[in-house]
Design a protein around this ligand. Sequence first.
Ligand SMILES: Cc1ncc(COP(=O)(O)O)c(C=O)c1O
Length: 390
Amino acid sequence: MLLAIFLYMIYLMKNTFFNEPECRKKLSEFVLTAQRLSMDVKCREFEKEFAKYQGRKYAVFVNSGSSANLALIQSLLNLGLIKKGDKVGFSAVTWPTNVMPLIQLGLEAVPVDVSEKNLNVNVENLIGLKEKIKVLFVTNLLGFSGRITEVKEYCEKNKIILLEDNCESLGSKVDGKKLGNFGLASTFSFFVGHHLSTIEGGMICTDDSNLHDMLTMVRAHGWSRNIDKNAESGLREKYNVSEFYNKYTFYYPAYNFRPMEINGFLGLEQLKYMDEIHKRRAENFKKYVSAAKNNVDFHKLDFSHMEFISNFAYPVICANKEVFAKYLEKFRDVEIRPIVGGSTVEQPFFNGKKYSCPNAKKIHELGFYVPNNPDLTADEVKTICKILEG
Ligand SMILES: Cc1ncc(COP(=O)(O)O)c(C=O)c1O
């Protein structure tokens, strides 16, 4: 009986990679023949190709999206762009490891409410903010963003550093630009189930060479081995370090967030399929939108400001608690989840009592997401659409 239930489930993700059998075969070959398995040429090559794909100057490959967020905030501190105690705004609906690095590194994490129409931060959410924030670390949720060009302009006008957690929105576009290209830097996750999987993995992209060098040091122990040679000479001169001692000189607070060659190899392989992955996710999304269009049980969402949506999972916000309970039952054979971490204000790790984020609370209490992945069959998409129709 239990087996029968499992057989009929539609899961959030089916595979570790796109085109899994071929990818596993190539990976086996690679593992058998590669000279080195610790970070080396494949990781460097993947960084180069990913930066090109994303349209940014630099990409720093790390071992997870969470590490990418922590490395980015540590780097801003090391560069003196921010200091302990500064206020950092973040999207109230996000993943916890977008917020945790802020707390861990002594910053004041300030939740910014999101729009109930597009689930993301928009200028109107910033205008109402009581706290004066130094940085805004937005999360582009589930393949969507708010009206991010306006957010960027608002940040520039108010001297706020804009960062994007783009772990869920690889490939989506607004105003002719890929998400992840609006702020000083952006982070990506390559965990299984994300648009691109390297099993575990993450990336930080930026156009700023100083930040790139700092991220490179923060990724590996705070040493200077992998940074630009001129920057390395500058550091050695500043601290009067000989070539011999430079190998074990640690210039800044850092971590070990290095990925492995296996991850680099997988990144390069999976990058080949990005167009196909985005196409399938976008097509499924359109079908879901069309199915849910006239369903009065759901709040209307509006992503008309977006040029291309590579959807991560399809969000549903129910009209009330009864409707919510009804759809949990209707979707019993489909793997659904709360909308990412829901409202961070409601999470036990975050001391959020003093903050009010009513839209995030609504999304937390009445929302869930439905699978969208490139391996869904036409029948599975149809089954989900049927339920979304109401
Ligand atoms: C928005 C967001 N940020 C950060 C992360 C963390 O990424 P990882 O699981 O690779 O550590 C995730 C993971 O799903 C995420 O959705």
